[in-house]
Design a protein around this ligand. Structure first.
Ligand code: GDP
Length: 360
C-alpha cells in the first residue's frame, strides 16, 4: 500500500521539491496552501499545479493550516503516514511587517497540528517533520551552528519558530510521537522567491544581459551564507522521517560564501567578469571583461551592481554557517549539488525566462 503524506505550504520551493520526490517514491501526496498557486504568476507553480492536477496521486487542498477545524477534518480523512510542516513566514521583511500573524503561524499552528494528530489518535501512526529555519541561530555570527547550539533568534518570526521547535521536541518526549525538527540552513533553487538574495541576483543579472534591467541593487555584500540546493534538502527531510528513532538534525553544506562571491559566480556564468570598486554604500560592480556572447549587448566599464541602503537590514545576521556532521554520520547526508552547480542551474533558468521576456 502506498504511504500517504501531507505537506503544508506545498506551493513553495521546498514543498514542490518534496512533493516531486515523494510522488517518485510512490507516495500519495496531499498539499495545503493558503493561496491558490495559479495566482502566483512569478513562480513556476503553475506548471506544477498543472502537472499535479493530472496526477491521481496528488491532491491540492486550498486552505490555511491555522484553521484547526478544517485541519482536523483533513487529517481525519487522509490519515497521513507522514506530515511535513513546511509552512512559515520565512522572510524577515515580511515577518516584521506582520509580526502578530508570523507569531501565530510560526508558533500556535504547530501546536495545533501536533494536538490534532494526538486528538485523532494518530500519534503512533503519523510521523511529523517540523521545518525550523537557520535564523534560530541568528546571532552566533560566523561560528558554525550544530544541533547543540543555543538558539539566538534575530527576527520576530524566529521567536515563534523556537516555540515550534520545543513543542515538537515536547510531543516526542511526552507523548512518544515520531516528531523531529530539521534546522535547514539557506537552500535555494530556480524556484526560490526573488525576495531572497540568490534569486534576486540571478534574475536581475540575466535580465541585464537581455536589456531588461540596467543595474542590480543589493544591500550587504559582505553577508555570508551557507547555500545548498533545495532539492537536496527535500531529500534530507524525507530521510529524517525514515529513521528508526526520531531525532533533530542540522542540514547545511558546511561551506559559506559571501553575497559578493555569489554575484561574481552568477555574472561569470553569464559571460561577465566583474570588478568591485569602492566601499560601503559606494561599492559598485563594474564589467571588467565580456567573455561570452550572452553578454554581448553590454560593454566593459558598465556598472551593473550597486548598493541601495533600502536593502541593508538593521537587524542583519552577518554570517550564518553550520556543521552538518551529525546528518552526515547518522543519515549518510552529502549534498549532491555544489554551489557552482546551483548557480548554473539558477542562472540558466533565469536566462531562459529573460530571453523569452525580451522577445515579447
Ligand atoms: P536569509 O538568510 O533568510 O535572510 O536570506 P536572504 O537571501 O534574504 O538574505 C541573505 C543575506 O543576503 C542577508 O544577510 C541579507 O542582508 C543579504 N542581502 C544583501 N543584499 C540583499 C538584498 O538585496 N535582498 C536580500 N533578500 N538579501 C540581501
Amino acid at each position: 500500500m502506498s504511504k500517504v503524506a501531507l505537506i503544508t505550504s506545498i506551493a513553495g520551493q521546498d514543498g514542490s521539491y518534496l512533493a516531486e520526490l515523494l510522488l517518485k517514491k510512490g507516495y500519495i501526496v496531499h498539499g495545503i496552501n493558503r493561496h491558490y498557486p495559479l495566482l502566483n504568476t512569478d513562480y513556476p507553480d503553475l506548471n506544477y499545479q498543472e502537472g499535479y492536477e493530472t496526477n491521481p496521486d496528488f491532491t491540492f487542498h486550498y486552505g490555511d493550516w491555522c484553521d484547526v477545524a478544517s485541519l482536523c477534518r483533513l487529517l481525519d480523512e487522509i490519515c497521513p503516514d507522514e506530515i511535513y510542516n513546511l509552512g512559515a513566514v520565512t522572510h524577515p521583511f515580511t515577518s516584521s511587517d506582520s509580526a502578530e500573524y508570523a507569531g501565530t503561524l510560526d508558533g500556535i499552528a504547530t501546536l495545533d497540528m501536533l494536538e490534532a494528530i494526538r486528538c485523532l489518535g494518530l500519534e503512533q501512526k503519523t510521523r511529523y517533520y517540523q521545518a525550523s529555519p537557520s535564523e534560530l541561530c541568528g546571532l552566533i555570527n560566523g561560528m558554525q551552528a550544530c544541533e547543540m547550539s543555543d538558539f539566538t533568534p534575530r527576527h520576530t518570526n524566529t521567536v515563534g519558530k523556537i516555540y515550534d521547535y520545543w513543542t515538537t521536541v515536547n510531543y516526542r518526549e511526552t507523548f512518544g510521537m515520531y516528531a523531529c525538527n530539521g534546522i535547514l540552513f539557506n537552500h535555494e533553487s530556480p524556484r526560490r522567491s526573488a525576495a531572497f538574495v540568490t534569486r534576486k541576483i540571478t534574475r536581475a543579472l540575466a535580465n541585464i544581459t537581455q536589456g531588461l534591467e540596467r543595474c542590480l541593487y543589493l544591500g550587504n555584500l559582505d553577508a555570508q551564507r551557507d547555500w545548498g540546493h533545495a532539492r537536496d534538502y527535500a531529500k534530507m527531510q524525507w530521510m529524517m522521517l525514515q529513521q528508526v528513532e526520531p531525532e533533530d538534525f542540522v542540514i547545511a553544506t558546511g561551506v559559506k560564501y559571501s553575497v559578493r562571491q555569489f554575484v561574481t559566480f552568477a555574472a561569470l556564468e553569464l559571460g561577465i567578469k566583474l570588478r568591485f570598486e569602492g566601499k560601503g554604500l559606494y561599492e559598485r560592480g563594474v564589467i571588467a571583461a565580456i567573455i561570452s556572447p550572452i553578454a554581448a549587448a553590454l560593454k566593459v566599464g558598465d556598472v551593473v551592481v550597486g548598493v541601495d541602503p533600502r536593502f541593508i537590514r538593521h537587524d542583519e545576521t552577518e554570517k550564518l554557517a553550520a556543521d552538518p556532521t551529525k546528518a552526515r554520520q547518522k543519515l549518510g547526508w552529502v549534498p549532491e549539488t555544489s554551489l557552482q552547480d546551483l548557480v548554473i542551474e539558477m542562472v540558466q533558468a533565469d536566462l531562459a525566462a529573460a530571453k523569452q521576456k525580451a522577445r515579447l
